[in-house]
Design a protein around this ligand. Sequence first.
Ligand code: ADP
Length: 250
Amino acid sequence: MIAVENLHKHFGGFHAVDGASLSIGDGTITGLIGPNGAGKTTLFNVIAGVLKPTSGRVSMAGEDITGLPPHELFHKGLLRTFQIAHEFSSMTVRENLMVVPGAQSGETLWNAWFRRALIAQEERMLVKKADEVLEFLTIDHLADEKAGNLSGGQKKLLELGRTMMVDARIVFLDEVGAGVNRTLLNTIGDAIQRLNVERGYTFCMIEHDMDFIGRLCDPVICMAEGKVLAEGTIAQIKANEAVIEAYLGT
Ligand code: ADP
């Protein structure tokens, strides 16, 4: 699904990503681990179009997508989750989902005046879709809650839900498990697995919780100092000497 070839991202003289090459197989839940400062987030941001690479190539299903902006990648089904931004906190959970698809007919003045029926129909469909997503994620009881009032874990579920409002093919998750209690972590893990199996989503996730990674991810890729150090099953990665050394060295 995704191939990264010899990617570099430099900040001044500092090589945050320093010749990383990896691939993310179609239909996998690929884990990305590595000590702090390994370059994982920077790599994510380059793939997802948030940062331009210094050099190297990123392709999606064989198509060169290097340096494409996030909205173009979004239309290709490549999504990166972000924390619910401040301005969305005062909207309800359902509304947070409804704004994702964008480009609705009601957004142009002409349509707003003359095509009310069409707009109303679209809105009903969006409400229905949002409610289906909330049910899938088992947070339908929170539909009318302000997003700002959700717990950290519930916000993570909402972030995941936003990817379900469009036809995502690959979703990049940045520490979806961080600071989330065990019960919600299991709910998030279940949702990821079901999206993978039932809807064919490919995932790539940065994660620190090894149990969570072990339960969900195969393969696991370990980065250190801007490069890919090792790739394999969680058991292989845990037993890999270079990986152990990279973690001990920090
Ligand atoms: P990880 O996600 O693996 O912890 P990051 O990709 O966040 O690693 O960071 C890799 C290195 O790049 C870190 O040393 C960090 O300080 C540096 N870095 C990240 N973003 C910037 C930036 N915008 N400007 C300068 N240095 C940066």
